[in-house]
Each structure stands twice: as C-alpha cells, then as structure tokens.
Design a protein around this ligand. Structure first.
Ligand SMILES: *Cc1c(COP(=O)(O)O)cnc(C)c1O
Length: 365
C-alpha cells in the first residue's frame, strides 16, 4: 500500500496548512440569509473596479485560447504606472505566487530568511517548503520596525529578507530613513523583498515609498497586488518590480501560463481606473477615523496606514466568537497577538456595526 506519510518530503509535516476564513458555503450554512459583515480578509468592500469588470466580460469569448505566458500587456501597463521598464516587472498569480516562486528560486535546505515578527505568514511558508530556516526579527512593542533587530538576524546563510509596509497585521510602516539605514548596512548577498500590498492606502510622508532610485540597489525587489486596493482578490494577480537578472531565474520556476487571460485583462483595466482607486482610498481614510473613536472607550487601536486596524480587546478568540454570532467576521489568532483582533475596513455602516459590537462585547468581558 502506498503510504504518503512515509513517502512525503518530511519537512512538509511541519507545515501548518494556511487557514483561510470560512468558505462562502460554510458561512451560508452558519448564518442563513443574515447579511454578513465580512471584515476578515482586507478585501475592498467597494468591490472590483467597474472598468476591470467590463474589460473582463469582453474577454470571456476568448477563453478557449491560452493566455500570453509572459503577461506582456500587464508588464507594460505596470511599467508605465511606476515609471520603470517592462523588463523590471514580473507578473504572478497573486503576490502569494511570487513569494513562493522567489523561495523556490533562491532557497536551498539550510539557507535562511529574515522576516519581521509579527507579519504576513506566506514568507515563512515559502521558506518551510524549501527547508530553509526562518529567523524572526521582532517589531518593537509599539509594532514599529526595529532595523537593528533585522540586521542582527542576518548571517552568511541569509538569502532573503522580507519587509512588509504597511505591515500585515499591524498596519505600521517602515520609514524611508530606516530603509536607507538597513540598505547601508546589509550585505549584498541578501535579496530584500518589500511587500507593498497596502502601500496605496498609506499617507505617512515619512514612510518608505517606491521611486525608481530604489532600484539602484541590485538586491531589492518590491511586491504589489491587485487583491486589495483594486478589489480583485478573487482574480489572483500580483506583480514584482525589480531587476531583470533576478526575474530571469524566477521565470525558470514559474508555470508557463501562471496568470490567466481574464486576470491579465482585468488587471490592466483596473490600473487605469483612477475613479475607483480614489473612492477606495477615501473610504479607507474615513474608516480609519471611525475606528479611532474606539480609543474613547479605552481600547488600544494600533495606528494603521492600511485598510485594517489591529485592536486590543483582551481575549481575541472570545471577541471573535461573540462578533461571529452577530454575523460580523474579523480575524484573530495571530501568533503573539492573542489579545488582538484585526478588523478590515468596510462601508461606513459595516464599520458602525462592528464598532458597536466591539464596544458591547469588550465592555462585558
Ligand atoms: C493580501 C496580501 C497580499 C496579497 O496577496 P495576493 O496573493 O496578491 O492576493 C500580499 N502581501 C500581504 C502582506 C497581504 O496582506
């Protein structure tokens, strides 16, 4: 008898499968037809860009054809958007895909990655799949970056160093001066991957921002996604900006048609939808102010530059369950953050409902 427990690559036994929120079907079962306030995955509550929707509809009759394997139209549009060359762009099936591909490209058994802690789980996942070792560099107590801790975690075996700014799940940003300091002291053999998934919601002028000068460093790569601001999480498109010499190797491990035809067309159209972008950004700014009112109730709301807020509530799991009974879904259970919930911003009414529920539940702890 074939025994997968014996045959499997043994390192996979240590990997916890990613726990997404409940599926649409599970939610229907649990909540029936009650309207769901879904604030658990940092999605864009305004929905997809209308321009993207129209472009994708027009593309449907061509679905019998393979997509462009190089995602050239996306590369060109992204390059124009960021004022770089198309060769400096790599397109993936979501930025999760790119994180895994970078791991497969650079990591061997025994190599190391450095990530902040807490942060997005996919960086660690990519390393574990490749039997690399994960070195955590804790953020400070107020969740700001500690560049010295990042530098101290680097060794000769370090291949990748991840930064996430604004950071998920804390919402805090890396400052430009901190990035500059890091790059000045970091050895060249470390590839720095800066995940900018939430950057277009940030407004702090001191934060690290992409400009073409960043690419004077040969060891920097930036990650962006269409899943958040552009409201296309279900479509799966993300991209990296970096050096063609790096991407030449990443192309060797990607699937030949990693980004589907609908996704390519939708992404290009979404990039041009300035109106949808502006509405999304304005809603997030307003939501941020709404959640800050929880501070008046004595709750610690971590200052956020993203489309979610990390809120200290005592027992995160208890609050999560209490909100779920009211059909309000938030996220909890981040390692080291057991006393917090992460709430994605919704519409004004959704935020109101969540804030009222939080006040009520936390007061009756
Ligand atoms: C949501 C998110 C992404 C986006 O991932 P996709 O695979 O593009 O949907 C990337 N990085 C971080 C930190 C995120 O929170």
């Amino acid at each position: 008898m074939f025994d997968p427990n014996v045959q499997v690559r043994q390192n996979l036994k240590d990997i916890e499968p990613y726990k997404p929120g409940l599926s649409d079907e599970q939610l229907r079962k649990e909540l029936g037809n009650r309207p769901l306030v879904k604030l658990n995955s940092n999605e864009n509550t305004l929905g997809p860009s209308p321009l993207a929707l129209r472009a994708m509809e027009r593309e449907l009759p061509r679905l019998h054809l393979y997509p462009d394997g190089g995602s050239d139209l996306v590369k060109v549009a992204v390059a124009k958007h960021h004022h770089v060359q198309p060769e400096q762009v790599f397109v993936g099936n979501g930025s999760d895909d790119i994180i895994k591909l970078l791991s497969e490209t650079f990591l061997d058994e025994g190599d190391e990655i450095v990530t902040p802690f807490p942060t997005f789980s996919q960086y660690t996942f990519g390393a574990q799949v490749m039997k690399a070792t994960v070195k955590l560099a804790p953020l400070r107590a107020d969740f700001t970056y500690d560049v010295e801790a990042l530098l101290a975690a680097v060794t000769e075996r370090t291949k990748l160093l991840y930064l996430c700014t604004p950071n998920n799940p804390t919402g805090t940003v890396l400052k430009q001066v901190e990035f500059d300091h890091l790059m000045e002291h970091l050895p060249d053999h470390v590839l720095v991957i800066v995940d900018m998934a939430y950057d277009n919601y940030a407004t702090d002028p001191e934060r690290f921002q992409f400009n073409t000068g960043v690419l004077r460093h040969s060891n920097v790569c930036l990650l962006y996604t269409f899943s958040k601001l552009y409201g296309l999480a279900g479509l799966r498109v993300g991209y990296a900006i970096g050096h063609p010499e790096v991407f030449a190797y990443v192309h060797r491990v990607r699937e030949p048609f990693n980004v589907n035809r609908i996704a390519q067309v939708g992404a290009v159209a979404a990039l041009s939808d300035a109106e949808h972008v502006k509405r999304s950004q304005e809603l997030v700014q307003a939501s941020r102010r709404q959640y800050e009112t929880l501070r008046e109730s004595g709750m610690h709301v971590v200052p956020s530059e993203a489309n979610f807020a990390l809120i200290e509530v005592g027992d995160g799991k208890r609050v999560f369950e209490a909100l779920r009974k009211q059909a309000i879904l938030v996220r909890t259970g981040f390692v080291g953050l057991e006393s917090y919930v992460r709430v994605s911003f919704g519409t004004e009414a959704e935020n109101e409902a969540c804030i009222a529920a939080l006040r009520e539940v936390v007061a009756h702890a």
